[in-house]
Design a binder for this molecule. Structure first.
Ligand SMILES: [Fe+2]
Length: 360
């Protein structure tokens, strides 16, 4: 089993030899060891390992100095792949998102080339509606005002509201099926080149209101490599906040970003639009549209001018650095009975579901 494994320096040395990173063997060994310790902590539900030698509580300085280098990220995933064998996700046949089965290779190609792949109406409308109905009148959190209240999703609200209690989502069987979709997991694994980890699941509702920082162009730095999956749970037009993504910006973002910019610094619309022109996508889509996206590429959420927008989001990554970044990380608490579908996925793929905890 993975968890008893020892991270041998020799193995890393073999992967990085003949690359420009070979002089950083010790630092890279440290990164992989930290990841592995945290994986062990997560599996045994212990507190995360945060004693990162001479770097800091949350961040490894060396790691963050290089995280914007594609070659570095790819090298780290190669190393991870040498330690944690990939899963055969496709051995479990599934009906959900079956359309992805025939196109998996082209999806990964598209992600590599453009950073994004879009599927119109992938999740049937009644299923989307059901999720909204089950989340209606649950507790929602406004991150700007810190207000928490029961929200009538169909009402005329203002600003952005995040589902407050993840249990409201996880207890929905359909949501559990989405989280453990073999096709999504397989796509993430192929794209990363190493075993994926499900980091988080979110739902939020956007209404007309003030601009948030996520509504200005930026890049995400969630993990070594990562993918976000968005599902529109209602129709999204030009009016109710189409998600914006700059295709091919993964490879070309550095052309407009100054070297001394902070990671994830917000970029002005004119700068992005002028340089990338028709590569700036405003993604409209009917209910059930799925967007698989590497949000390390430049993107933003557009403002809702009229109406509302409901989004469901998953984040797949490939290391515990995502987890480590969060000061108050807690595992998703699940019960074997109520979350039977997820529990099955956890039993099959414990590494992928290391952020989930199951009790009787
Ligand atoms: Fe973002």
């Amino acid at each position: 089993m993975f968890q008893y494994m020892f991270i041998q320096k020799e193995k890393i040395k073999n992967v990085i030899k003949n690359t420009s990173y070979q002089k950083y063997l010790n630092e890279i060994h440290e990164i992989i060891k930290t990841h592995h310790k945290n994986f062990q902590c997560l599996l045994t539900s212990k507190a995360l390992f945060r004693k990162i030698s001479f770097y800091g509580k949350k961040k490894n300085k060396f790691f963050y100095e290089h995280i914007n280098e594609n070659k570095f990220n790819i090298l780290l995933t190669k190393i991870l792949n040498n330690f944690y064998e990939k899963y055969n996700f496709l051995k479990n046949e599934q009906q959900l998102f079956l359309r992805l089965f025939d196109v998996q290779d082209s999806v990964v190609n598209e992600l590599n080339k453009k950073g994004i792949s879009i599927f119109n109406e992938l999740l049937a409308k009644p299923k989307c509606q059901k999720i909204i109905d089950l989340l209606n009148l649950k507790q929602f959190h406004n991150r700007q005002t810190n207000e928490i209240k029961k929200l009538n999703l169909y009402g005329s609200n203002k600003n952005i509201w995040w589902l407050h209690n993840y249990q409201d989502l996880l207890q929905i069987d359909l949501v559990q099926h989405i989280l453990s979709s073999s096709y999504l997991l397989h796509i993430a694994q192929t794209y990363f080149g190493c075993t994926p980890i499900l980091h988080h699941v979110h739902f939020w509702a956007s209404y007309p209101g003030d601009l948030e920082s996520t509504q200005k162009f930026h890049q995400d730095f969630d993990d070594i490599r990562f993918l976000k999956v968005f599902i529109y749970l209602n129709d999204v037009s030009e009016l109710n906040g189409p998600h914006c993504y700059v295709q091919k910006s993964l490879q070309n973002a550095h052309n407009i970003i100054k070297k001394d910019n902070k990671l994830s610094e917000r970029l002005e619309d004119d700068l992005v639009n002028d340089y990338f022109k028709e590569d700036v996508l405003h993604i409209k889509g009917n209910t059930g549209t799925m967007i698989i996206e590497d949000t390390h590429g430049i993107h933003k959420g557009a403002k809702v001018k009229e109406g509302k927008r409901f989004i469901f989001q998953l984040l797949f990554g490939c290391s515990t650095f995502y987890t480590l970044k969060m000061e108050h990380f807690k595992k998703y608490k699940c019960s074997i009975e109520k979350h039977a579908i997820l529990y099955q996925a956890f039993k099959n793929y414990p590494y992928t579901f290391m952020n989930f905890n199951f009790e009787k």
